[in-house]
Design a protein around this ligand. Structure first.
Ligand code: FMN
Ligand code: SF4
Length: 355
């Protein structure tokens, strides 16, 4: 099966095509230091056999935190507990690629809502403060430093979180970025500047998760996402995970666009966007959103929609799903798309809260 075949990225080899998508763990203490529960969670995922495991978003600056109990990578002190976690996880599965997702919450952060432009967020009920050029420079540097810490801790790669309406997603969206300076004229500039800064400070491979569509009138759409994807490839990003939606999207659509109900939307609800991004670039493209069965996952790769498949809720439900697929023990995830896990972020530790 192509699902269990290896894949060469530019500088890393992935053992199989299954990715555990980023999922906020809410397993850190108040200062962002990971706890023993976080280590146990990633050990189970390592046993479960996904080729790649991406952490939940980690804050690169203290005031860019999205919620309580979020993991931090904003200070050098964060490195030692992350390093210990990676050592433990690698003992369980030394070939699994461990990726740190690095992020700034932007206008969706409760602590200091900032954004490229002061566009009100009807869901967060906030009008963010517009960032100055000096602050943008500081943020670029923070991403560089976060990547340096990730490399020091032993992560195999980092993934920039430019999806779901957080700060980097706000920069590439024409809805939330109305700037007249160079960060508005080329809305992807911040991503390219961050990549350059990371390359100055590290040798760590850089992946990205980006929206292909914001599901907001005047927001990012697929043609523009394809143009940006080409710039990212040229800048040396090694893989693109394709998602969609912001917090604000629910205000326009009436449903959670990122975490849709698969019984209503069908499997792989972003697959047509993913295919378009794949047409635009030759680096590996990762599909995410509603992938639930082995046959469907295999088909996405075989039919050229994506090179890898990424799952979040199915692996919260059962971290051993990849190995069960490999052993033909099960055909599909029994995740009910109830989103109780999502609603618990910041209140309870990550887990499946359905029966
Ligand atoms: C509890 C929970 C936490 C999440 N945290 C993150 C996150 O930190 N970063 C991110 O990019 N996506 C996050 N997501 C979105 C998932 O990575 C994924 O894009 C989405 O759940 C759709 O995939 P699925 O149908 O396989 O769950 C989260 C989703 C859930 C359910
Ligand atoms: S809480 Fe619901 S959506 Fe989340 S993993 Fe469990 S069944 Fe799936």
């Amino acid at each position: 099966m192509v699902l269990f075949s290896p894949l060469e990225l530019d500088s890393i080899t992935v053992e199989n095509r299954i990715v555990k998508s980023a999922t906020a763990e809410s397993m850190a203490d108040d200062d962002g230091f990971v706890t023993e529960k976080f280590v146990e969670f990633y050990k189970r995922l390592a046993e479960g056999g996904a080729g790649v495991a991406i952490t939940g978003h980690m804050f690169v600056m203290d005031d860019g935190k999205a919620h309580r109990k979020m993991t931090g990578i904003s200070r050098d002190e964060h490195v030692s507990s992350l390093k210990k976690m990676i050592e433990e996880v690698k003992k369980v599965n030394k070939t699994q690629i461990l990726v740190a997702q690095i992020s700034h919450a932007g206008r969706q952060g409760p602590f200091n809502p900032v954004a490229p432009s002061p566009i009100p967020d009807p869901v967060m009920k906030v009008t963010p403060r517009e960032l100055t050029k000096e602050e943008i420079e500081e943020i670029i540097d923070s991403f560089g430093d976060a990547a340096r810490r990730a490399e020091k801790a032993g992560f195999d790669a980092v993934q920039l979180h430019a999806a779901h309406g957080y700060l980097l997603s706000e920069f590439i969206s024409p809805h939330t970025n109305r700037r007249k300076d160079e960060y508005g004229k080329e809305r992807a500039k911040i991503l390219l500047d961050i990549k350059e800064r990371i390359d100055e400070k590290t040798r760590i491979p850089v992946l990205i998760k980006m929206n292909a569509n914001d599901f907001i009138p005047g927001g990012l759409e697929i043609d523009e996402a394809m143009r940006i994807a080409k710039l990212l490839e040229k800048a040396g990003f090694e893989a693109i995970e394709v998602s969609g939606g912001m917090f604000e999207s629910a205000h326009h659509t009436g449903y959670n666009v990122v975490c849709q109900n698969v019984s209503k939307s069908g499997e792989g609800y972003f697959k047509e966007f993913t295919k378009k991004i794949k047409e635009a670039v030759s680096i590996p493209v990762i599909a995410v959103g509603g992938i639930r069965s082995k046959a469907f996952a295999e088909r996405l790769i075989k039919e050229g929609y994506a090179d890898m498949v990424s799952m979040a809720r199915p692996l919260i439900r059962d971290p051993y799903l990849p190995i069960r697929w490999m052993r033909n023990e099960i055909e599909a995830s029994d995740c009910k798309s109830c989103n109780l896990c999502l609603r618990s972020v910041s209140m309870k530790e990550l887990g499946c809260y359905s029966d």
